[in-house]
Design a protein around this ligand. Structure first.
Ligand code: NCD
Length: 312
């Protein structure tokens, strides 16, 4: 049995440190937190240390804090922090933990969140570390599937785009193994899911297939998880130019899909989903961005030990 105390004081660094029943508990909590506002986090200070650009992750966390009566300190780009003067991440963490109760960290280096958690005495939530993981995005994605499809178990999920560098993909693929998903990976060869992750799927006996054609992947899909080609992770800009337009989902491509196909995207979108798709009844990506507030309200209330006042 999972209880609120399982989350109190906990770091969130990768999705793999969460069991299936814990994730289900969190998603149930998020549903109960949807309409909650008030003073649950009054007097609590949340630090946002964002060394990389962010719109949804940082603002939905800040919105969640605001709706629960807490406050935020932090910065939204590396250039305005003392990193610009040569301060190490470890030193920044040691200082800011004295100003706050929870650290939200986004950083270009894989493993940065782990390092911060080792240094910090207060909980750390990984809001994206390089191309590695983005666990809270995954909780939002699962919540979106639950809301849009009525279930997560047994869904056939197609991932399309940049599966090599997309941290949102890396987190979600690995957690879907807990939900008996069928997985289709659609990418150019260069942007395939990393070998280590493919091997993990094989070891776990997860049914997955790889293909290059988005059209051909769609007929049996329940969910399409579209992604942006991650320009900032390419070392060679000519490689990026080669792949940046690899896929564009438009209404003609969607003719290959079931009417009920749920279309997700962690956003930001560049050109991989045509604007005409936005009016599709199952284009869920803006709702997905909005669900982030409920999920992050629940997660912070749980970590900070205040969720029992809301959860029955
Ligand atoms: C994602 C990220 O930062 O990894 N964005 C987000 O948090 N919603 C996806 C992306 O940048 O493409």
């Amino acid at each position: 049995m999972v209880s609120v105390s399982d989350f109190a004081g906990r770091d969130v660094i990768t999705v793999n440190e969460f069991r299936r029943d814990e994730i289900v508990f969190l998603l149930d909590a998020a549903a109960q937190f949807e309409q909650v506002t008030g003073t649950l986090l009054a007097g609590r200070v949340i630090a946002t240390l964002f060394f990389e650009p962010s719109t949804r992750t940082r603002l939905s966390f800040e919105s969640a804090v605001g709706r629960l009566g807490g406050s935020c300190v932090g910065f939204a780009e590396a250039g305005v922090s003392s990193q610009a003067k040569g301060e190490s991440l470890a030193d920044t963490v040691r200082v800011v933990e004295g100003y706050s109760d929870l650290l939200l960290l986004r950083h270009p280096l894989e493993g940065a969140a782990r390092l911060a958690a080792e240094v910090a005495q207060i909980p750390v939530v990984n809001c994206g570390d390089g191309a590695h993981q983005h666990p809270t995005q995954t909780f939002v994605d699962l919540y979106t599937m639950q809301r849009e499809c009525g279930r997560i178990d047994g869904l056939h999920v197609v991932f399309a785009g940049d599966l090599r560098y997309g941290r949102a993909v890396h987190s979600l693929v690995s957690v879907l193994t807990l939900f008996n998903a069928r997985i289709t990976l659609v990418s150019p060869q260069f942007l395939r899911l990393p070998e280590e992750q493919r091997r993990t799927l094989e070891t776990l006996g997860v049914e997955y297939r790889e293909m290059e054609s988005l059209e051909a992947s769609l007929p049996e899909a329940d969910v399409l998880y579209m992604t942006r080609v991650q320009r900032e992770r390419f070392t060679d800009p000519t490689e990026y130019d080669k792949f940046k337009d690899a896929y564009t989902l438009d209404m003609s491509v969607l003719q290959n899909a079931r009417d009920s196909l749920a279309i997700l995207h962690p956003l930001p979108r560049v050109q991989e989903i045509a604007r005409e798709v936005d009016v599709h009844p199952h284009a869920a990506y803006f709702r997905q961005a909005h669900y982030g507030v409920a999920v992050r309200k629940a997660l912070m209330a749980l970590i900070l030990g205040h969720a029992d006042k809301v959860l029955a």
